[in-house]
Write a protein that binds this ligand. Sequence first.
Ligand code: FCB
Length: 457
Amino acid sequence: MTELRFPDNFLWGAATAAYQIEGAARDDGRGESIWDTFSRTPGKVHAGHTGDVACDHYHRYADDVAMMAELGLQAYRFSVSWPRIQPDGTGPVNPRGLDFYDRLTDALLGRGIDPIVTLYHWDLPQTLQDRGGWTARDTAEHFATYASAVHTRLGDRIGTWTTLNEPWCAAYLGYGNGVHAPGVQDPGAAFTAVHHLLLAHGLATQALRAGGASRVGITLNPADVRPADPNSAADADAVRLVDGLHNRIFLDPLLVGGYPDDVREHVARIVEPAFVQDGDEKIIAAPIDLLGINYYAPTYVAGRPGGAGGGGAYPGTKGAVEFLPPVGPLTDMGWMIEPAGLTRLLERIATDYPAVPLLITENGAAFPDKAAADATSPTLDTDRIAYLDGHLRAAHEAIARGVDLRGYLVWSLLDNFEWAEGYRKRFGIVHVDYLTQRRTPKSSARWYQEVISRNGL
Ligand code: FCB
């Protein structure tokens, strides 16, 4: 294979999220989140797993940061748990919650690692859910207050702020098909949540700017939506519909200035869109400095009368669209492995939404890692290395084609709580033994360390 070099200043790092790694669910005044409630509800998460202990990162962060430094990471994307900062989602700030992120930030900076904050990675305070969660407009306003509390404490040291992680998942999986917390199954609620999440992003962006933040962005999981048959007009229509519901419903209000007409009409057939108020789209379209892209797998669709549709995750596609079953090779999540999808996706976004620099904020894979012969040897995860290598080549190809891609953050640093799948899916480049909390870098971590040190493959 040819050697590839990435641009100078290309940023290499890893990502995690609060609920997936922190544990310490009852420490230092943390409130309950919707993921606490959801994971304790029988039947919602594999084997009843919860994030109560997770990787115990809350207590082990110093060692974890030392390990990141040893691996040569230049950046670390973590999320802040809203219920640690405001246990009830509103009202007084809990200083002990902020203290944790203060310590973490200083530990990172002390090792020369650039902290990238995500303010919302799905752990909404349960109290706010009891008042409607993301279907309630207030939640967006409360989010801005919370964002500014975090910025007030950490803004002097953290340069890059992202508001939301994957609002698609938060809205459609949380309120549409109910596979994620809070487990609501209501297509109208899903669209309402989309809008309030976007509004929350806009209001938080205003609050962060008012506090002096200079780099503000958001992370989406845009889909590379492909037609089953590139020559079929019906499939092209299906692509347009699914692209509207997954991509343009977020990208257009954020980067163009408003919802696209076709999406607006589709939504209006499902729910009265009174939740979009005058002025909202202007707030949502406030300029951002970077767009985070999470990519794992492509989505193939066909236009078919009577098609099964995408369920609550794609409201209104039943009877018109067939989502094709993934074709191997697959990861342990059952997701297709198609690096070319990443090149296509990055190029498409750079073409259609040219004003904003891109950062890959997540990419990686779960595989059924074979246990090493003894606890101290690294897991030989060659399939993960192949996945990462392929996707880095695909990212490099996008750069070669002119995409302004600034960096790559692997998902994930550690094996962790993979939402509804619990701990059975392992995405880490570092193995976690959940009984002892011992961390052991896998072969992929050593491979990644090499990639970083040469800035290339
Ligand atoms: C993304 C999430 C992240 C992780 C990966 C596998 O959708 O943002 O928390 O679960 O998928």
